[in-house]
Design a binder for this molecule. Structure first.
Ligand SMILES: NC(=O)C1=CN([C@@H]2O[C@H](COP(=O)(O)OP(=O)(O)OC[C@H]3O[C@@H](n4cnc5c(N)ncnc54)[C@H](OP(=O)(O)O)[C@@H]3O)[C@@H](O)[C@H]2O)C=CC1
Ligand SMILES: CC(=O)N[C@@H](CCC(=O)OP(=O)(O)O)C(=O)O
Length: 343
């Protein structure tokens, strides 16, 4: 049994972490920290935890959490983690950051795209970009885990086999992605009110979305050359789910068989990736840690269209964070995550 803390336990990602960890046999939820609700019961904020966990929320001090826990998850707005995580904290506990502070390898790139200061450049080199299906070996034994973003998890995993195996023109990648509104967090924002979102769909962050450098960083490492991508997210009126439809020109002399083999070689043994024969839908992965991936070659345009679907709060955040904890501590990788969607 290890002791687990969550700072930001009252947010959407934090509450999803609680839900998953309550079904994990190797952990004890020890410290649930909140900025606004310290001293209140968790069930005052989220009544659906009645009869599952009876706990009073602690403050949001990572110092206190790290004194009490073996691992601390941070589910906080960007740019707080880089302020509060220190080498001293990492001597006491493993930190799994669900935000973006340690995902990008360069402070300058972070500050350019996030338009805010990064407070701990030194720790960037010890953080591991923790997409298990690609970086599993480096996650084992890591002390600082940079949990990938939601759009990025879906986009990178959907395109990785094509990029890694040099099957597509690397300057031709277009990613059209959609997200449910939990992706924007629980904080009050006019643009996320029911009446603003319902019965409508809109693109946002064109050319400037902060997940662009993360996707480019990881696909460039896979290709071993610098890649730029066109990425446009859309907000859709549903609570959960991300769907990424990715387009790229197929290189001359690449066959459909090559594409199939690339996906099989990359993912055949991966527990949480389903290479599906149906077109993915967000409802098929809702509540699960699965990534559903489907691809089709269009001989008329010589493009491949690859579609990925995840639950943004699970494989896109809390589920992947628990998968990473399982790898770091040597638990079964699917412990706590063995669930599928329902109707
Ligand atoms: N939602 C998603 O689909 C995904 C989210 N993430 C990342 O996870 C992190 C959390 O996201 P999400 O749960 O959606 O966000 P929410 O807005 O739902 O929750 C944010 C949490 O952070 C706490 N908080 C807010 N401001 C401060 C502050 N100044 N100091 C300390 N704590 C603060 C809040 O505490 P309190 O409630 O007490 O005020 C709350 O618990 C973000 O970095 C996000 O980018 C990553 C992938 C997907
Ligand atoms: C719908 C929505 O607003 N989604 C958020 C991304 C989700 C998120 O929280 O960002 P990280 O994955 O980087 O942590 C956005 O576009 O800013």
């Amino acid at each position: 049994m290890i002791k687990v803390g969550i700072i930001g336990a009252t947010g959407y990602a934090g509450s999803e972490l609680i839900n998953i960890l309550l079904n994990h046999k190797d952990v004890e939820l020890t410290y649930l920290g909140s900025h606004s609700y310290a001293g209140k019961k968790l069930t005052d904020i989220y009544p659906f935890f009645e009869k599952r966990i009876d706990i009073v929320l602690s403050d949001d001090s990572i110092e206190n959490a790290s004194d009490a826990c073996d691992v601390v998850f941070l589910a906080l707005p960007h740019s707080i983690a880089s302020k509060v995580v220190t080498e001293e904290i990492l001597k006491k506990c493993v930190v799994i950051d669900l935000g973006a502070d340690f995902r990008l390898h360069s402070k300058d790139v972070y500050e350019k795209w996030y338009k805010t200061e990064h407070h701990n450049e030194k720790l960037l080199s010890s953080a591991v970009y923790a997409l298990p299906e690609i970086h599993r070996e480096s996650i084992k034994g890591a002390r600082l885990i940079a949990n990938p973003g939601c759009y990025t998890t879906c986009s990178i995993l959907t395109l990785y086999p094509l990029v890694k195996n040099h099957l597509i023109d690397l300057d031709s990648i277009v990613i059209d992605a959609k997200s449910g509104t939990t992706g924007a967090g629980r904080g009050e924002k006019v643009q996320n009110l029911f009446c603003e979102v319902n019965e409508s769909i809109k693109p946002y962050g064109l050319v400037t979305h902060r997940h662009i450098p993360e996707i480019e960083q990881e696909l460039s490492i896979a290709a071993n050359e610098q890649i730029v991508v066109e990425f446009t997210p859309h907000l859709v009126p549903m609570q959960r789910g991300i769907l990424a439809t990715c387009y790229a020109k197929v290189k001359d002399n690449v066959s459909e068989e090559d594409i199939k083999n690339a996906y099989l070689d990359s993912y055949n043994d991966e527990e949480f990736i389903r290479l599906v024969s149906y077109v993915p839908e967000t409802s098929f992965v809702r509540g699960s840690n699965f990534v559903d991936i489907y691809y089709k070659y269009n001989s008329r345009t010589n493009r491949v269209i690859a579609v990925g679907a995840i639950d943004n709060l699970v494989k896109g955040a809390a589920g992947q964070a628990v998968q990473n904890m399982n790898i770091v501590f040597g638990f079964n990788e699917d412990e706590g995550l063995n669930r599928s969607s329902g109707v």
